[in-house]
Design a protein around this ligand. Structure first.
Ligand code: NAP
Ligand code: ZN
Ligand code: ZN
Length: 348
C-alpha cells in the first residue's frame, strides 16, 4: 500500500482539508501515476456538497488528472515509466456489456467505476485526483501527447471529452451552427473544439463581460442571455445548442433557438429536473438530449486531436491551499476558464 497526500471533503458542508489516503498495491495490469496537475470540475463541487446524493466521506474529488507514470505492473503493455498520462472520470467498467464492447464504457450497463466516490474492484471507495498519486488499470489510462502542456491537458480529461463527444456525435463541422451556453470550464472547451471542427460558434453567456475572451477562444458571435432581445434575434438559428450550465435554466427558451431538426444537448448536470414543454419539441422536430463524458478510445482521439492543433484548456494553476477559494469562484462564474491544482503543493 502507498500512502498519498490529499485534499478531501470531510462532509457536505465543511471545506476540503489536507489528509492522506492509501492506494492499492500496483497489480499486474496497473499503472502508478505521480499526479502533477488536477483540474477542478464543477462536478467535483456538486459531488462533495452532496447535491447529487450518495456520498461516502471523507472524499477527495478530481477527475481531470495529468501526471507521469512511475511504476507499471508486470503485464502492462500500453504505458511505461516516464510516460505523460491522464485519467478522466472513469477507472474501470465491466468490459463485457454491449456498451463497453462498443467502446462506450461511460454507458456501461453495470455503471462505470468513477474515479472518485465509486466502489473499486477491491471494495474500497475510489479517491480522485486531489491526491499526490493514483493506481489505475492501464486500459483506463490515456496518453497525453507531447505538445500539450500537462497543466493545460488536465481539463481535457473531463471538460474536453465531455464537449468533444457530443460535438462529434451530432455531426458538428463546416456549415453547422453551434451555440454554447455558459462560458465556464466545459463551455470554453466547447467553443475551442467546435471552432476547430469548422463550425460557426455562438456563445450564450449570462452577460457580455467575457465577450473578448469568447471571441479570442474561437467564437464568431457572443450574446448575453440576460437580454431578452437575444432570444428574439436568434430564434430558429442553431443546428446544435450545447448546454453546459451547472444550474437550472429555462430550456424551453433555448429549444426555440433550434433550426428544424436541431438538438439541444445537455452536458450541464444541475440536481433539479429541467422542465420541457413538448410543444417546443414537436413544433420543430427538435431533440432534447444529454451526453456523458466519452469512451476511452474517443478520449484518446480527442487528446490527439487537441495535440495536433495545439489546443489546451485556459487554466489558472493554484496551490492546494486555494481549493476552497477556487470553489467559491467557480460558484460565482468567476473562472477563466479552469482552475488546475499544482499537486506538488499537496504535501502536509
Ligand atoms: P463551470 O466552470 O462553473 O461553468 C458553468 C457556466 O455556466 C458558468 O461559467 C456560467 O457561464 C454558467 N452559469 C452558471 N450558473 C448559471 C446560472 N444560474 N444561470 C445561467 N448560467 C449559469 O462548470 P463546468 O465545470 O463547466 O461544469 C458545467 C456543468 O457540467 C456542471 O453541472 C457539471 O457537473 C457538468 N458536467 C457534466 C459532465 C457530463 O459528462 N455530462 C461532465 C463534466 C461536467 P456564464 O458566466 O458564461 O454565463
Ligand atoms: Zn468533470
Ligand atoms: Zn459494461
Amino acid at each position: 500500500m502507498l500512502t498519498v497526500n490529499a485534499y478531501a471533503a470531510p462532509s457536505a458542508t465543511e471545506p476540503l482539508v489536507p489528509t492522506t489516503f492509501e492506494r492499492r498495491d500496483v497489480g499486474p495490469r496497473d499503472v502508478l501515476i505521480d499526479i502533477k496537475y488536477c483540474g477542478i470540475c464543477h462536478s467535483d463541487i456538486h459531488t462533495v456538497r452532496g447535491e447529487w446524493g450518495g456520498i461516502e466521506y471523507p472524499l477527495a474529488p478530481g477527475h481531470e488528472i495529468a501526471g507521469i507514470v512511475t511504476e507499471v505492473g508486470s503485464e502492462v503493455t500500453r504505458h511505461a515509466v516516464g510516460d505523460r498520462v491522464g485519467v478522466g472520470c472513469m477507472v474501470n467498467s465491466c468490459r463485457e456489456c454491449v456498451n463497453c464492447l462498443k467502446g462506450e464504457e461511460q454507458y456501461c450497463v453495470q455503471g462505470n467505476i468513477g474515479t472518485y466516490n465509486a466502489t473499486d474492484r477491491d471494495g474500497t471507495t475510489t479517491q480522485g485526483g486531489y491526491t499526490s498519486a493514483v493506481v489505475v488499470d492501464e486500459d483506463f489510462v490515456l496518453r497525453i501527447p507531447e505538445g500539450v502542456d500537462l497543466a493545460a491537458a488536465a481539463p481535457l480529461l473531463c471538460a474536453g471529452i465531455t464537449t468533444y463527444s457530443p460535438l462529434r456525435h451530432w455531426g458538428v463541422g463546416e456549415g453547422k451552427k453551434v451555440a454554447v451556453v455558459g462560458l465556464g470550464g466545459l463551455g470554453h472547451m466547447g467553443v475551442k473544439l467546435a471552432h476547430a471542427m469548422g463550425a460557426e460558434v455562438t456563445v450564450l453567456s449570462q452577460s457580455l463581460k467575457k465577450q473578448e475572451d469568447g471571441l479570442r477562444l474561437g467564437a464568431d458571435h457572443y450574446y448575453a442571455t440576460s437580454d431578452p432581445e437575444t432570444f428574439k434575434e436568434l430564434a430558429g438559428r442553431f443546428d446544435l445548442v450545447l448546454n453546459t450550465v451547472s444550474a437550472k435554466i429555462d430550456v424551453n427558451a433555448y429549444l426555440k433557438l433550434l433550426a428544424v431538426g436541431g438538438a439541444l444537448v445537455n452536458v450541464g448536470a444541475p440536481p433539479e429536473p429541467l422542465e420541457v414543454n413538448v410543444f417546443t419539441l414537436l413544433n420543430n422536430r427538435s431533440s432534447f438530449a444529454g451526453s456523458m463524458i466519452g469512451g476511452i478510445a474517443e478520449t484518446q482521439e480527442m487528446l490527439d486531436f487537441c495535440a495536433e492543433r495545439g489546443i489546451g484548456a485556459e487554466v489558472e494553476v493554484i496551490p492546494a491551499s486555494k481549493i476552497n477559494e477556487a470553489y467559491e469562484r467557480v460558484m460565482n462564474s468567476d473562472v477563466r476558464y479552469r482552475f488546475v491544482i499544482d499537486n506538488s503543493t499537496l504535501a502536509g
